[in-house]
Write a protein that binds this ligand. Sequence first.
Ligand code: GUN
Length: 297
Amino acid sequence: MSATIIDGKAFAADIRSRVAEQVAALKTDHGITPGLAVVLVGSDAASEVYVRSKGRMTVEVGMESFEHRLPEETSEADLLALIAQLNADPAVHGILVQLPLPGHMNSDAVINAIDPTKDVDGFHISNVGLLGTGQKAMVPCTPLGCLMMLREHLGDMSGKEAIVIGRSNIVGKPMAHLLLGESCTVSIAHSRTKDIADVVRRADIVVAAVGRPKMIKGDWIKPGATVIDVGINRVEAEGGKTRLVGDVDFDAAREVAGAITPVPGGVGPMTIACLLANTLTAACRANGLPEPEGLTV
Ligand code: GUN
């Protein structure tokens, strides 16, 4: 039987409209307009695309968007000075420094200079620690989007076997913590795992975040499992064109899985929607207001 396709595009649109509603209420009831500052250093083509769509969607939900574009050769000291200025600016509730940064910068030092309460990426060491100890944190956007989709499709995940494939700080590790928070039995597989197929075959929940096209095969998937594919890999297609594929062999996996996210149109759109949700959450917390319902963990 063919799997249910989890429509991330529609889900993300729904989150954005709920964010927009609550932004409008914040404005009318409290005179607060949430503001998101995005900092881009250099001119990485993929980053340019992300930053442009972040800016557009921020404005679409009624928030203030502050874009700071700095030249590639900007010194780390100058970037840190900008971050200090944004930390102190009450109109800025969220700060995102687009990664990767140029090679001459220490990304950890830059990320850890952001006020953790404005760290809408959830990358600051304080937020990593809060999430790891089950406390209220800013949760990284991509894993947050994955969790929202899993909750929507599975409800209670307690006792389920979950595998996260990939151990990055941005997706794999925070995802594993979120699944632990849902009382799943969690494994993390990575490039040194001896028999990934064997671990995947036991899993009721599979989150693939390795960045290798179609690495996860259909016959690895347990019948009825829920599969979340974080991979966005550009591969060559017919006629000299390119197309996007995930980390999972979608056509084969959909014949076995209970539910699966497509690429594109699965996890991808959820990331920016969750960034907006995190910015709204940060604005509420900064003003001592209740957190938006259904948009945080
Ligand atoms: N570069 C690619 N994805 C991301 C992200 O989620 N946050 C930041 N800051 N940079 C990125």
